[in-house]
Design a protein around this ligand. Sequence first.
Ligand code: SAH
Ligand code: SF4
Length: 417
Amino acid sequence: MADTALMTIPGQIDPVTVPREVTARQDGKVDLIGLPRSRIAELFGEAGLDAKAAKLRAKQVFHWLYHRGVTEFASMTDIAKTMRPWLAERFVIGRPQIVESQHSVDGTRKWLLRTADGHEFEMVFIPDETRGTLCVSSQVGCTLNCRFCHTGTMRLVRNLTPGEIVGQVMLARDALGEWPKGSMAGFGDDDDETGGDYTSDGRLLTNIVMMGMGEPLYNFEHVRDALRLVMDGDGLGLSKRRITLSTSGVVPMMARAGEEIGVNLAVSLHATSKEVRDEIVPLNRKYGLDELLTACAAYPGASNSRRITFEYVMLDGVNDSDDDARELVRLLKQYKLPAKVNLIPFNPWPGAPYGTSPPERVRQFAEIVFAGGISAPVRTPRGRDIDAACGQLKTAAEKKSRAELDRLAEEKQAALG
Ligand code: SAH
Ligand code: SF4
């Protein structure tokens, strides 16, 4: 599968990702997904178009890629027929490959995906009455080793590219059948318009959370560039208010995340004392609670109408006492944080060193936080029947034979295309 070796982890507590090249495509073509419009225009210019034509074509192609979700240049009906093969000879429209997909009885869907150079990662879609949330990965594996997290048991293989990150959202739209139908009358220099009304919908997938595999702030630039395409009105057009980035507490990158991306922030707090957080989120030994909560208080854009979410995984007998709940309220108030708390029942995985707090304990904990004036919903476990904990699908799949996975991948691709 992968033709790149596992990367060495340079440290134990704060192993900053070493940038590593993605294996280049063997056909030498450039994947346009993940590139800003200006870069697409530059590439068209380098390939021989004059500046004006390059800019116009880039605008048209960008619209087809992100508004209509086409995966073939041949489908770009307002681009001259002779131009379409010219594009196809030089460029591709990428999507992560689907290795395996699972559909839970509660509507949760989970995909095991593969990069063009053979690395596997995950994506999950969670629908409820009012929204549909896509959980997006930022890295293959993770350099951090949170003790309750299954991804934390894997080594970091590499950062995902902007194309592989925004590609997850596009793949979800493909699978959910959410690209607008109809033509683009009035857009660009139509030369063989086919007629019909262009309507934009997208009701199923309404929210995005960067809570899949990996630490998004250790792949900051790629995550930023991908989310800019997701938020771009000419791109996928999702409001920044519907996007949440979750970090385990990479303090030095938090201000930049607020300034350069501006999405909602979620922080994986999980403990209220140095001792416990040092153990379960080892990054705490590098950036402690005081530094973390100070950075949260300074997060650009946080306010009472845009609260910071503090994630708190409930581990039986570790961090779930009444005193922990009271200390949590005290800390959030001490730093004057516009906060809400998300209580997550621990999702067990084989060999995990922790157990799930009993429902009664979770309820009592939630009540104390709520009585302290802080909203504390308990996140209902979803997709329990489909290996829901992050990283489990990847591990389960690794036990299957390579031939079986390749066959599954071909089937899924055929079903989609
Ligand atoms: N690396 C980032 C985002 C990915 S993890 C972060 O740590 O915030 C997304 C969330 O899932 C985090 O809050 C993480 O702590 C939590 N999580 C990881 N494994 C879990 C498990 N087995 N059960 C419940 N929550 C888990
Ligand atoms: Fe990495 Fe987040 Fe898992 Fe920690 S919880 S190991 S930061 S993915």
